[in-house]
Design a protein around this ligand. Structure first.
Ligand code: NAD
Length: 359
């Protein structure tokens, strides 16, 4: 069968002891970059993505083209499809699952809470169940989020800080995901590593994120809306460049211990780890805009809005001591350098004035 042949080919490793990885959300922003990095090292991998239309599906198709040029096959399917996952795990003895498929975004959760429950809770559980039944059981590395720190005001955020005040439904599903993952770890011996990403940005990024939509609107001469928190305090984010996140993901895969169960049987105690992956140096949204203005050589038309939006937290700031110690993680790209690379990609993809493609 064509499908099976493509999966097998894509999963062939080109180096001794290469990993064999199922990458969910492979046509997404982070999934694309992680997949390319694994392939470049000679690991075997296959992607899985449902190509939903939360944002421009043609951008996901362009990323898929990029992956296919490198010999990476992306299966079109949903992580809730237990039969598909069963077939896949029977076909390939995956050593690892890099789970990046999710319903992202904080504001869309107010319009469509069901899609968050579907992908971030039900989908995660379906995937974990499939991993329990698989033989061998793969080690799982998956994306949680800095949003689990919610309204916590103790900065920088450390992994042991409180996560009991989610500010959005998105955050609540990510927090629930951590609880489910931890439970699967201790009842089934699955090796699981959760990565709390802090606002990731870069080439091939997500059009729903502020740095992306600001770039689009500044180029089109449209006003951009800058929200502020209570008492007119500027919102700040620990913007983290995609290449740093990719290095953290790959290091987490490399250091993940094997699962100790096998084919539904519990064996011994497997690892459960949670790491922050951030940049450790937050920047306010007005400063983000100034950097973009410089790179785009265009002044933004700004609409300042005082009201904090539902779901936004005032700031994020990562303490990465644990990831530094255990993963060798070190963020190396500052926001000015990273945005320069993003803008270069953007103008190459959408045209210098941002009008080559529609979104
Ligand atoms: P993305 O939306 O670009 O990628 C997610 C991909 O998963 C999409 O291509 C989507 O089509 C796919 N998908 C969604 N639901 C699916 C399902 N049920 N079955 C199969 N595929 C499905 O988002 P991203 O920015 O690449 O994020 C990757 C992961 O990192 C997500 O878990 C996200 O919550 C997390 N995260 C991202 C950021 C960030 O700033 N980008 C920050 C914190 C956490």
């Amino acid at each position: 069968l064509v499908w099976q042949r493509k999966v097998r080919q894509s999963c062939q490793t080109k180096r001794e002891d290469g990993l064999v990885v199922l990458v969910t959300g492979a046509a997404g922003f982070v999934g694309t970059h992680v997949s390319l990095a694994l392939k470049k090292r000679g690991d075997g991998l296959v992607g899985l993505d449902n190509f939903n239309n939360y944002y421009d599906p043609s951008l996901k198709r362009s990323r898929q083209e990029l992956l296919e040029k490198q010999g990476i096959f992306v299966i079109e399917g949903d992580i809730n499809d237990a039969a598909l996952l069963k077939k896949l795990f029977e076909l390939i003895p995956f050593t690892h699952v890099m789970h990046l498929a999710a319903q992202a975004g904080v504001r869309y959760a107010l319009e469509n809470p069901g899609s968050y429950v579907h992908s971030n809770i039900a989908g995660l559980v379906t995937l974990l169940e499939s991993c329990v039944k698989a033989n061998p059981q793969p080690a799982i590395v998956w994306a949680s989020s800095s949003s689990v720190y919610g309204l916590n005001t103790h900065v920088p955020f450390s992994e042991s800080d409180r996560t009991d005040q989610p500010a959005s439904l998105y955050a609540a599903t990510k927090k629930a995901g951590e609880e489910f993952a931890h439970t699967y770890n201790h009842i089934h011996g699955l090796s699981i590593t959760g990565l709390r990403f802090f606002t990731v940005y870069g080439p091939w990024g997500r059009p729903d994120m502020a740095y992306f939509s600001f770039t689009r609107d500044i180029l089109r001469g449209k006003p951009i809306t800058i929200y502020q928190g209570a008492n007119k305090i500027d919102l700040a984010r620990d913007f983290t460049y995609i290449d740093d996140i990719v290095k953290g993901c790959v290091a987490a895969l490399d250091t993940a211990e094997k699962s100790t169960g096998s084919g539904g049987k519990k064996r011994g105690k497997a690892q459960f780890r949670i790491y922050n992956l951030g940049n450790t140096s937050p920047v306010t949204v007005p400063n983000l805009v100034s950097i973009l203005e410089k790179h785009l050589k265009t002044k933004a038309k700004k609409d300042l809005v005082k009201m904090p939006r539902n779901g936004d937290v005032p700031f994020t700031h990562a303490n990465v001591t644990l990831a530094r110690r255990e993963l060798g993680y070190e963020p190396t790209t500052d926001l000015t350098t990273g945005l320069k690379k993003f803008v270069k990609w953007y103008q190459n993809y959408y045209g210098v004035s941002g009008s080559r493609r529609t979104m």
